[in-house]
Design a binder for this molecule. Sequence first.
Ligand SMILES: NC(=O)c1ccc[n+]([C@@H]2O[C@H](COP(=O)([O-])OP(=O)(O)OC[C@H]3O[C@@H](n4cnc5c(N)ncnc54)[C@H](O)[C@@H]3O)[C@@H](O)[C@H]2O)c1
Length: 270
Amino acid sequence: MTGRVVVVTGGATGIGGGIARRFGRAGDLVVLNDIDAEAAERTAADIRADGGRCAVVVGDVRSAGTVLLVRDEALRVGGGRIDVLVNNVGDFRPASRTFLHSTEEQWQDLNEINLLHVLRMCHAVLPIMVDQGSGAVINNSTVEAFRGIPGHAVYSAYNAGVSAFTRSLAVEVAGSGVRVNAIAPDLADTGQTPAAAMLRGRDPDLLRTWVPVGRFGRPEDYAAVVEFLAGEGAGFVTGQTIPVDGGTLAASGWYARADRKGWTNLPNEA
Ligand SMILES: NC(=O)c1ccc[n+]([C@@H]2O[C@H](COP(=O)([O-])OP(=O)(O)OC[C@H]3O[C@@H](n4cnc5c(N)ncnc54)[C@H](O)[C@@H]3O)[C@@H](O)[C@H]2O)c1
């Protein structure tokens, strides 16, 4: 039992669900925020059934009011501490076919769901961590903060913002005992990007041609890295965004050939 107080936004399903369950299993007190009340209660019930502890705050983390509710509930159930903050919520939607088809309203929506709540949550929780002299923040960015993604230029810009914010904030608070890091996922099999939709009827065996490790990511893959970043083993790691992507960012445009005869950066030739 480590007994930390851990806030996870979007902690009911997908990557956030994996993160909440993992901290629950580690003996931490999980404060789970999600917009989906039913899914949040389901995940909390699973954590408790496994012997863990979980408090739920239902609400839209895009609202400044929810951010304060999450912080206050964490302080109430956690006896005045917050040890770990995982800003997990983010979404590539609303998407447009191209940037030229996108609207200013979509840019604003993408800002609110990917970046703005990360700033608000950090602004609300960091004073507590600084007063404690300890804490870890882990933000959820994306590989597309580092790699181009046509059709999602605005999404990638706000996630590059998450990673840049992570870097600069980490330097600012390092002297107070608080570390700030991020993960950059790719290809998670979740409600937002289900494996079936990514495959769209293609032969699953071809996954080995697109993803170096040859499979989609599972919520536990991302949760394991988040738990590491929150823990003492990462005590000398701050300001970084760690790709958790099965090697796609490293490959960046290189694909295994379907005929198993090496690699190509001209995929139609494979
Ligand atoms: N799925 C991927 O392959 C992938 C790739 C790169 C980055 N990411 C990032 O990882 C994070 C999680 O992705 P996922 O695929 O697990 O997402 P998901 O959509 O499957 O799950 C998100 C969870 O957050 C909750 N949620 C959504 N909006 C919310 C809001 N406004 N307030 C509170 N809760 C809210 C949902 O109810 C759900 O439980 C996101 O930041 C996403 O951008 C995912």
